[in-house]
Design a protein around this ligand. Structure first.
Ligand SMILES: NC(=O)c1ccc[n+]([C@@H]2O[C@H](COP(=O)([O-])OP(=O)(O)OC[C@H]3O[C@@H](n4cnc5c(N)ncnc54)[C@H](OP(=O)(O)O)[C@@H]3O)[C@@H](O)[C@H]2O)c1
Length: 292
């Protein structure tokens, strides 16, 4: 008897590819949904099943969910997030998928309601999931090291500066590899215990502390500079407005939280900001080997 594949949406993106790599390494059958089948083949080779299509193509979605056992739901922040994710969920439920693991927004973008447009969109999808008979869990990861912290590191290497609206605002950054580990855990666990899991790294680190860590690693001064908080544009695209809201919430200290969900589920501590900085600085400042 063949095992039903796990469908992964957003598989070719920053987090999705980490999740697919882990599932394949565990020998799980995986199907990825993508608008770019060639890119998926380059990333994952022949072992993965590729379902081509766009979220707004119902026929493509129906083909993608055919025979799946479980779904990893991920889509980018945009004005279509609610419609796209609910379309995937409803197709998966119609195909009798037994379990759905959703990558949601950071908890502080969702709670309290009204915090951000992106949080409101993720909350609408979570409500839809909570009303289903299928087993579902929404993972709410704090800010990812591989996105905002990686940009801060790049800036510090280029300009010798860390710039933030509030240098003393802390963030419980999480490494995307830990999010991927938890997502795989929740896809494969015998049973799900919670509807929502709030994921963070092990500690809260401020921009000022990041500049100190970077100066030590780069062995040169890194200035910590204040800048006025970003205004949230009244118009402009959804993603830009959402990102401006995140910056204001972070400056207000809302991302300064930690939970013990990652160590409890994985039985090991989450990766640290200090380790990430060390790894990134080494990678970004590596001198290419001489090739005659
Ligand atoms: N960055 C953070 O700090 C953070 C924190 C908490 C939560 N999140 C959540 O993480 C998610 C973003 O994850 P990410 O950064 O890994 O995404 P990403 O790198 O931007 O990748 C987006 C993925 O979505 C797929 N996609 C986009 N539009 C599509 C469409 N119309 N039809 C089918 N597939 C489509 C893309 O596939 P193809 O191009 O191959 O089709 C790609 O695989 C968001 O929901 C965000 O709220 C992020």
């Amino acid at each position: 008897m063949s095992v039903a594949p796990i469908l992964v949406t957003g598989a070719t993106g920053k987090l999705g590819r980490l999740i697919v790599d882990r599932l394949l390494a565990l020998g799980q059958p995986v199907r990825v949904f993508t608008r770019r089948p060639d890119a998926a083949r380059v990333l994952f080779g022949e072992t993965v099943q590729v379902a081509a299509g766009d979220f707004d193509d119902r026929k493509a979605l129906d083909a993608a969910v055919h025979g799946i056992g479980r779904l990893l739901l991920l889509s980018p922040i945009n004005a279509r997030l609610v419609t796209d994710q609910i379309a995937v969920v409803d197709a998966a439920v119609a195909a009798n998928a037994a379990r759905i693991v959703k990558i949601s927004g950071s908890d502080w973008t969702i709670e309290p309601p009204g915090s951000s447009i992106s949080g409101a969109a993720h909350a609408a999808v979570e409500r839809h999931l909570n009303g289903l008979a299928a087993k579902t869990v929404s993972l709410r990861p704090n800010a990812w090291m591989q996105v905002s912290l990686a940009n801060t590191i790049k800036q510090a290497i280029a300009n010798g500066q860390v710039i933030a609206a509030n240098l003393d605002a802390g963030i419980g950054y999480i490494d995307a590899r830990d999010i991927a580990d938890v997502a795989v855990h929740q896809l494969l666990a015998d049973r799900l215990r919670r509807r929502t899991l709030i994921l963070t790294g092990p500690d809260v680190v401020s921009f000022r502390q990041i500049s100190t860590l970077l100066a030590a690693e780069l062995k040169r001064p890194v200035a910590a500079l204040d800048k006025p908080p970003q205004t949230v544009p009244g118009d402009g695209d959804f993603e830009h407005r959402a990102v401006a809201q995140f910056a204001r919430l972070i400056a207000a200290g809302r991302a300064a939280t930690t939970t013990d969900v990652v160590p409890t589920l994985l039985g090991r501590p989450p990766r640290t900001v200090a380790a990430f900085i060390l790894e990134q600085v080494a990678a970004m400042t590596a001198v290419p080997e001489y090739q005659p």
